[in-house]
Structures are given as structure tokens and as C-alpha cells.
Design a protein around this ligand. Structure first.
Ligand code: ATP
Length: 486
């Protein structure tokens, strides 16, 4: 297709216009970095989540899924290190009072240098920043900002406070009376719900190491600089899997999941050249190895998923804080012919943001196409090339006219298919206009019922991606679509 464009601002507008994503509480001018999913967005999000859930829990016989509560005992977050360590270095501009995440402020300056063609300066700045962050050298980070004359976007001054840490957890009160209440946190990651249930699941499921526990659910972070649409939000959804392994085998499993997860993203239609690994230089307090799977978003390469070797840190911490033994008895591993005994398992984690994956799918799918027809006239369309297996609506059923018994045949087809996949029925407007609307919401197949259907029981099927139309038997429609989406 000639002349395709893929503009991020256009994509955001399209998401709103076609019921994918709305700004939260928009009638009150919205809430920063919080979004609602509309009728098509909620379905796409569910389809992506189901695809992940199925591949984790159904296609791996040693992974089970749970659904832990968002609220957890406050000691959980003390044990996990989030109360003391879950913070980002921030800096405030004294003239505008605007607060920045230090790495975002420096990265934005580096991007500006790159745009001016100063590639070497950009590279040196980012390298310096990485080293200072790795050393937690906050005085050095401030000096780097001052030395590079990095200014606040609002006040345009370089009048900065010192660099400080800010905790990203949201807190709230539990209990109806103030005296009874206690501070609790909205979970900043779903992982801890898995760790505290390790023994419950292992014992009730009679799970044998190595095994995994998977979970999807909301997480909350008070991101200071929330930006780039649904890429960085304050309320978002994670899909995490904690894989429990024998101590000493963690690097083997880390490498296994690193490969496995990249292949999984490719199975969702993401081209391999749009994915890359990024090894962490500064490891989190719980990790002995960590990397990001990055995707080339419309605004650059950014983290899509994290793969972390979390050692036995979390289970050990929960054992210490709860004073309950959290160990696994391994009677398969033998030393001198005797069972190896009890140990605290090591953990390899895969953690992907559902909203970031949604944005990945949408940014690959969106295309504004223009072409010249055979008769020399120009034509165009906006299309969402969402892979058929996760598209919100699979089939549009369109009677050519609202009369002559055509709607009755169409509704019969709808009744036959709607128990198996999501269908949409429409009889209003010219057929060309209806096709364009289905392209814009990403429906991969349209079936038109016309007068010929009454004569020979055939229909026209139109494929979204190629716009090719062909005649098939009405009785074959359901089978054909099922074949394409499974
Ligand atoms: P970043 O460096 O972008 O802040 P992170 O390293 O803090 O991300 P993790 O703690 O590893 O992220 O979380 C796992 C996944 O959860 C991320 O790979 C991302 O897909 C998703 N995620 C994290 N924070 C957000 C957010 N604020 N909004 C949307 N998704 C998020």
C-alpha cells in the first residue's frame, strides 16, 4: 500500500474516536495519567490478557494462576523493601515548582542533543547518567544537570533543588473509624500477592519445583512524570509470573524465560526487529540479573517487559517478617542418595505491562493508507491491522439492504456465530462506508448478504488487510473464521 503514515498523535485521537481509550473522568477535564478503556479497548485488552493467561497456565503444565487482592497486610511492603526502597530520584525547579524525575529530565535533554545532530554529546551524557544512577550519586547527578545547563521547560531556568528520593506507593486508610484505621498501600506490583501465597499454592496444588504462579491485575504507582499516553500511568495492569526454581539453577531459567518471552511477543505479531534486550546496569536490591525486553514505540525504544532473577530475596524476607517457615522440601534432588531437604526456592520473574502491550499492538496496527485506484482517482482509509486472534470484533455481518429478507438471513448467521466469537451486525449506510468503519475499529472479516445469497446460499467475505472480496458458502462462514482466529 502506497504512502502509509503512522503518527502517534493521530493514533491517540483514533483511540478516542473509535471507543478504544478515553481520558478518565473527561467531563471534569480528566485526571492526569489515568485512562479508561472503551467498548473496543476493553475487549482488546481482555483478549490480550486471555492470550497471556492461556499461554502461561494452559500451555505450561507446571504454571498455575491466582488472583490475589490489591490490599495486602502493610508488613508485606516493609518485607519486600518497597517502603524503604521504592523511590525514584527527583529534582524540583525552584522557580516553577515543577518536579522532574532526574533520569527523564536528562534523557529529554539527550534527545534534544540527538535532534541537533550532537550524537557524541548525547551518548556521553547518557553514559554519565547511567554511571551516576548506578552509584546512587545524587550530588553527581545534580552537578551533571548544572554542567549541561539543563533548564526547566516551564521557567526556562537552571535554579534546581538537590536531588531527592520520593516513594512511589499510594497509601490509604483501612477501617471506618480513624482510631481503628491503619495505613495500607495500593499494591505497586502484583508479585507480592504471589510470594505470600507461595506455600498455599505449592501445598494445595502439590506443585513440584520448578513451577510457576501467574497473575494479572491492577498495580498503582504515584509516577511523578506520567507521560506518553498509556505508556506510563498511575493505575495500570500487570501480567506477572513468578517461576520457583532450585538455588543455583536460576541463570538457566533466566535465559529460558528471556528467550521464551521474546518468542511469545513475536507470536502476537510483533516483528523481531522491533524488539530488543536491554541488560540492567544497576540491579534492584532483590536481583542477581535483570533485563528489559524493549519495543520500538512511536517515541523510541522503551521497556515493555522485565525479566528478573529475584534470588530467594522475597521469600526469605517474608519468612523473616512473618516468622513462618516458607520452604520447600525437595525429595527428588538427592545428595549422597538422600533427599536434599528443605530450601527457600529462587525466583525468576516475567513481568509485562498489559497497557504497554496494548499500546504496542495499537501502534503496530494503526495505518493511514492512501493509494491510486485503477481509474486514476485517489482513495484512502484508516485501518487497524490488529491480529485476528486478538481483534475485539472478529466478524461484521452486513445485509446489503434492509429489506427483501436479507436482514433475516444475516440475523440467522449472527445467531449461529455469536456463541463462538464476537460479531457485529449493521444494516445502516452504504456498504463501502460500513467496510471503512470496520477497518477503523480493526474488524478482520466482513460478510455481506445480498440477493444472490437467497438464490445460491453464498455470501461475499471481505478481508480487512487486503480488501480482497470473495464468494463463499454461507454455511462455511463460521468454520472459516474459527480457522483464522485460533
Ligand atoms: P519503568 O522503568 O518504565 O518505570 P519499571 O522498570 O519500573 O518500568 P517494572 O517494575 O519492572 O517496571 O514493572 C514491570 C512492567 O510493568 C513494566 O515492564 C511495564 O510494562 C509495566 N509498568 C511499570 N510501570 C508502569 C506504569 N507506570 N504504567 C504502565 N505500565 C507500567
Amino acid at each position: 500500500m502506497a504512502n502509509e503514515s503512522n503518527n502517534f498523535a493521530e493514533l491517540i485521537a483514533h483511540c478516542k474516536e473509535y471507543g478504544y481509550i478515553f481520558q478518565s473522568s473527561e467531563i471534569y477535564d480528566g485526571l492526569a495519567a489515568v485512562y479508561d478503556y472503551g467498548q473496543n479497548g476493553a475487549q482488546l485488552k481482555k483478549n490480550i490478557r486471555d492470550y497471556w493467561w492461556k499461554s502461561m497456565t494452559q500451555l505450561h503444565d507446571n504454571i498455575v494462576g491466582i488472583d490475589a487482592a490489591i490490599f495486602m497486610h502493610p508488613t508485606t511492603w516493609k518485607a519486600s523493601g518497597h517502603v524503604d526502597n521504592f523511590s525514584d530520584p527527583m529534582i524540583d525547579n525552584k522557580d516553577s515548582n515543577k518536579r522532574y524525575r532526574v533520569d527523564h529530565l536528562i534523557e529529554a535533554h539527550a534527545e534534544a542533543l540527538a535532534l541537533e545532530g550532537k550524537k557524541e554529546e548525547e551518548f556521553a551524557l547518557l553514559k554519565n547518567m547511567d554511571a551516576l544512577i548506578a552509584a546512587s550519586d545524587y550530588a553527581g547527578l545534580k552537578q551533571l544537570i548544572v554542567d549541561n545547563n539543563i533548564k526547566c521547560a516551564i521557567s526556562k531556568t537552571c535554579n534546581w533543588t538537590d536531588v531527592r528520593e520520593f516513594n512511589l506507593m499510594f497509601s490509604t486508610q483501612i477501617g471506618s473509624v480513624a482510631e481503628e484505621s491503619d495505613t495500607i498501600y495500593l499494591r505497586p506490583e502484583t508479585a507480592q500477592g504471589i510470594f505470600v501465597n507461595f506455600l498455599n499454592v505449592q501445598k494445595t496444588g502439590r506443585m513440584k519445583i520448578p513451577f510457576g504462579i501467574a497473575q494479572t491485575g491492577k498495580a498503582f504507582r504515584n509516577e511523578i512524570v506520567a507521560r506518553q499516553f498509556i505508556f506510563r500511568m498511575r493505575e495500570f495492569e500487570q501480567m506477572e509470573m513468578q517461576f520457583f526454581v532450585r538455588p543455583g539453577t536460576q541463570m538457566e531459567w533466566y535465559n529460558f524465560w528471556k528467550e521464551e518471552r521474546k518468542k511469545w511477543h513475536e507470536s502476537l505479531g510483533i516483528p523481531p526487529e522491533k524488539l530488543r534486550y536491554h541488560d540492567h546496569i544497576k540491579l534492584a536490591h532483590y536481583a542477581d540479573a535483570a533485563l528489559d525486553i524493549e519495543f520500538e514505540f512511536p517515541f523510541g525504544w522503551k521497556e515493555l517487559e522485565g525479566i528478573h532473577s529475584r534470588t530467594d530475596f522475597d521469600l526469605t524476607q517474608h519468612q523473616t517478617y512473618s516468622k513462618k517457615k516458607i520452604q520447600y522440601f525437595d525429595n527428588e534432588l538427592k545428595e549422597d542418595g538422600k533427599p536434599y531437604g528443605n530450601y527457600i526456592p529462587y525466583v525468576v520473574e516475567t513481568s509485562v505491562g498489559l497497557d504497554r502491550l496494548f499500546l504496542t499492538v495499537m501502534s503496530l496496527a494503526y495505518a493511514n493508507e492512501k493509494w491510486t485506484k485503477e481509474d486514476g482517482t485517489e482513495d484512502s482509509r484508516v485501518v487497524l491491522r490488529i491480529p485476528a486472534k486478538i481483534a475485539p470484533t472478529k466478524l461484521a455481518i452486513l445485509p446489503l439492504l434492509k429489506k427483501d429478507g436479507l436482514p433475516e438471513i444475516a440475523k440467522q448467521l449472527m445467531d449461529d456465530c455469536k456463541g463462538s466469537f464476537m460479531c457485529f451486525y449493521e444494516e445502516k449506510d452504504a456498504i463501502g462506508k460500513r467496510y471503512r468503519r470496520m477497518d477503523a475499529i480493526g474488524t478482520p472479516f466482513c460478510v455481506t448478504i445480498d440477493h444472490q445469497t437467497k438464490e445460491d446460499n453464498t455470501v461475499t467475505i471481505r478481508y480487512r488487510d487486503t480488501m480482497v472480496q470473495e464468494r463463499i458458502a454461507l454455511a462455511d462462514v463460521k468454520h472459516l473464521i474459527l480457522g483464522k482466529i485460533n
